[in-house]
Design a protein around this ligand. Structure first.
Ligand SMILES: Cc1cc2nc3c(=O)[nH]c(=O)nc-3n(C[C@H](O)[C@H](O)[C@H](O)COP(=O)(O)OP(=O)(O)OC[C@H]3O[C@@H](n4cnc5c(N)ncnc54)[C@H](O)[C@@H]3O)c2cc1C
Length: 420
């Protein structure tokens, strides 16, 4: 069994910042991530090859240290007892022991159902971005990027750089909210620079504010989408090969919940509850990054740094990072206000629109239930391989349900991994 002073789950910005702070303060650190390379979502493909110098520096110094072990392609399944995690690699399973645990498990996209959303060719915005970064060919393909939030711009810029033709970016947020958000960027000059850079990369691409996808159409595969623009009576049709559609991000809180950490509601989302030093409600377990609330890379880095200092016994050095964290938390709050979901998105699914893709459960089967538990027991909604990670976010928006207890293992596992 491998033993660590500080074990970090997640090698995104928060996890790398946490591991780096703990490592430089003398701790023996382990980092577990289910991807083959460190970097998480934003630095996908390797933190060391990103233009962002922060990713390069963190990863290069961690990689060169004898006090850090990276366990790639390793997924945490459950905790057999306090201080232990059971993990699975493609070949084997193993038990890891820790004195302090830092959860930096990030976030995932929120997908919402509308007629045609299960057609081949309809993906998440970040999902298609991730595929393209992994080499999926998009040269010459017509892509509509839709949903909500700044990720749409980042995804569209990546897809365009891979040769895709971006037909339009369809943003559901209303123009006044976007204007307020734009003015608020004055408080974060680095984000203005980023926005200008994205603007240059996306020059000529129509950005349709106050608009949303009504339905996707095609004979066996996607051929067009219908969109509604507020204030325009006619429905507009856009011909495309792909629809990359995501409605913001949802914190990954399942592992924290499985370990007994309390959650809270913040900006309308379920997040892991943490104190000033990123401590959860369970002794020796910390959480940093998007699991505590969606706020972007700068907030993730600040929180990770604080968690790493606290876990390695140097909480007194966290003042500077606490200032950064307070600054970026305000940005996160502005982000949540600007891109709050409009009520029309709850009305798009028809009775025959699938909501739970794993178990083929439709809106008509679900809408008469009073809560997640009753729907799950009677329709099998949320009981497939994704364990409600996709449909849970959708049923929260559609019906106001919150998924209940987390079932172990937290992700699909080989039987051998469970009985070893
Ligand atoms: C699909 C997607 C694409 C994004 N693209 C961009 C972008 O282009 N630009 C941008 O500014 N922001 C982007 N973001 C937002 C970005 O994720 C955050 O700003 C920032 O990276 C969050 O850092 P983090 O460390 O909290 O989480 P992440 O970067 O998400 O890192 C979390 C890591 O934990 C791992 N993990 C989770 N659970 C387990 C487990 N049980 N076992 C093992 N490993 C686990 C994940 O695989 C992941 O590598 C994207 C988000 C998503 C979801």
């Amino acid at each position: 069994m491998k033993r660590f002073d500080v074990l970090v789950v997640g090698a995104g910005p928060a996890g790398l910042a946490a591991a780096h702070a703990a490592m430089t303060h003398g701790a023996q650190v382990g980092i577990v991530d289910d991807n083959p390379l460190a970097g998480g979502q934003i630095w996908r493909g390797g933190a060391d090859i990103q233009p962002d110098q922060r990713g390069q520096r963190l990863w290069n110094e961690l990689r060169d240290s004898r006090r850090m072990i990276f366990l790639p392609q390793t997924r945490v399944l459950y905790s057999p007892q306090p201080g232990h995690l059971q993990v699975q690699t493609p070949e084997a399973s193993a038990a890891l022991h820790y004195n302090k645990l830092i959860l930096a498990t990030g976030a995932r996209e929120r997908l919402l159902p509308f007629p045609g959303w299960t057609l081949p060719g309809v993906t998440g915005a970040g999902g298609l971005q991730a595929l393209s970064k992994g080499g999926y060919p998009l040269q010459g393909k017509r892509v509509v990027v839709a949903g909500s939030g700044p990720l749409l711009l980042a995804a569209a810029a990546t897809l365009r750089s891979k040769g895709a033709h971006i037909v339009a970016i369809v943003e559901q947020a209303a123009t006044p909210a976007l204007l307020r958000f734009g003015i608020g960027l004055l408080a974060t000059p680095s984000k203005i620079t980023q926005a200008l850079h994205l603007g240059t990369q996306l020059r000529g691409v129509p950005y349709l504010r106050n608009s949303y996808v009504l339905s996707a159409h095609g004979d066996g595969t996607l051929q067009s989408v219908q969109i509604q623009r507020t204030g325009v009576p006619e429905v507009e049709t856009l011909q495309c090969d792909y629809l990359a559609c995501g409605y913001g991000l949802l914190p990954n809180v399942e592992l924290a919940q499985a370990l007994g950490c309390a959650t809270a509601s913040h900006n309308g989302q379920t997040v892991v509850k943490v104190g000033d030093m990123q401590r959860t409600t369970v002794p020796d377990i910390y959480c940093a990054g998007e699991g505590t609330g969606v706020g972007g890379v700068d907030l993730a880095l600040a929180e990770g740094h604080i968690a790493g200092l606290a876990a390695s016994g140097h909480a007194n050095e966290a003042q500077e990072a606490m200032g950064r964290r307070a600054h970026w938390r305000k940005f996160a709050d502005r982000l949540a206000r600007a891109f709050a979901l409009r009520s029309e998105l709850r009305t798009l699914a028809g009775d025959d629109t699938i909501v739970c893709r794993c178990e083929d459960v439709c809106h008509g089967d679900l809408r008469t239930h009073t809560g997640w538990r009753s729907a799950k027991l009677q329709t099998r909604c949320g009981m497939g391989p994704c364990q409600g990670r996709i449909c849970g976010g959708a049923t929260e928006v559609l019906y106001g349900w919150r998924p209940d207890a987390v079932r172990l293992p937290i992700s699909p596992a080989r039987i051998a991994s469970m009985i070893e």
